[in-house]
Ligand binder design. Structure first.
Ligand code: PMP
Length: 309
């Protein structure tokens, strides 16, 4: 099946979408990206792109921070992505990657206004990111999350991911599944590519946005489910490291990771180390919704028929 990308203003085979070695973004990480899931529903024979519009809105927020002016609106970005997924014709779960980047082939130039931009979007078949059949093992990373005064963490700027990549790689090399980063104040921030939630005595807490977390779209989805479907109390606040160890349940949320239960942190079991009851129920609801199987939340999903069938 020919993978199709949109690049430099047109659709083309993925293998023909290339950039040169002088490209600014390659040297300096001057790009903004998104990670979007397309979830295949075999009963409906459709790929459901999850919260496409919100991802493209966040992409444009990142563009504004990097002073990029794409000639594309949110609607254009969504339409191009839908067309690209249609043309690829995949009948499986996908990861969709739109990237706005400084395409200028200028070396030794750090002045954003002098650097041209470009945009591409591609999709790859993508199954599980973390093994979420059971609960995963995490460590607290010795790398601290980048502060808003260094590189803004509210949008997905490519360069900031060095921070996540160092934390994740060290965690995996030490035998853990995922790293949890603290922020500059020493409070819990997030996973290398996920937001974090803890549950204690029926109250669910997650680090507030001023903790330097990415305002995750899955975080927002799960917040809605906690409040509207489970009727539980959700608090956004500063969270201490030791609260992780003493929690009844801990889980991570992210586009790639979906909703992933955490069973152990820094060699300490979270309660019995198994998936807790609230996490289980949230997970059930979440997976129904992202596959387009819950009519109440169908507006979160953009249906695409592979090859326009
Ligand atoms: N934090 C970081 C650092 C991430 O990279 C991601 C993945 N995009 C998230 C949180 C979760 O965000 P979302 O739910 O929007 O994918």
């Amino acid at each position: 099946m020919p993978a199709i990308a949109y690049h430099k203003g047109s659709f083309m085979p993925l293998e023909e979408a290339k950039v040169g070695i002088m490209t600014h973004a390659l040297h300096y990480g001057t790009a903004v990206f998104e990670g979007i899931r397309g979830n295949w529903n075999s009963d409906h024979e459709k790929v459901y792109i999850f919260r496409l519009r919100e991802h493209m809105e966040r992409l444009l927020q990142g563009c504004s921070i990097l002073r990029m002016t794409l000639p594309l609106s949110v609607d254009d970005l969504c339409n191009l992505t839908i067309q690209m997924v249609e043309k690829c014709g995949y009948t499986e779960d996908l990861y969709i990657r739109p990237v706005a980047y400084k395409s200028a082939e200028k070396v030794a130039n750090l002045k954003l206004p002098e650097l041209e931009d470009d945009f591409f979007v591609l999709a790859i078949p993508f199954g599980k990111y973390l093994d979420s059949d059971g609960a995963i093992k995490c460590c607290t990373s010795s790398w601290r999350r980048t502060d808003d005064t260094m590189i803004p963490p509210r949008v997905k700027l490519a360069g900031i991911y060095i921070n996540s990549i160092l934390a994740k790689s060290d965690a995996v090399l030490s035998g853990f599944d995922e790293a949890i980063l603290l922020n500059q104040d020493g409070h819990v921030c997030e996973g290398s590519g996920e937001n974090i939630f803890i549950i204690k005595d029926g109250t669910i807490s997650t680090p507030s946005l001023d903790s330097n977390v990415l305002p995750g779209i899955t975080r927002d989805t799960v917040k809605t489910l906690i409040q509207k479907e489970l009727g539980l109390n959700l608090v956004e606040r500063s969270i201490d490291r030791s609260e992780l160890y003493l929690a009844d349940e801990v889980f991570l949320t992210g586009t790639a990771a979906h909703l992933t239960p955490v069973g152990q942190i820094d060699h300490r079991n979270i309660r019995d180390g198994e998936v807790g009851p609230i996490t289980k129920e949230l997970s059930r609801l979440y997976f129904q919704i992202v596959r387009g199987d819950n009519s109440k939340y169908i507006d979160f999903c953009t249906p695409v028929s592979p090859n326009g069938k």
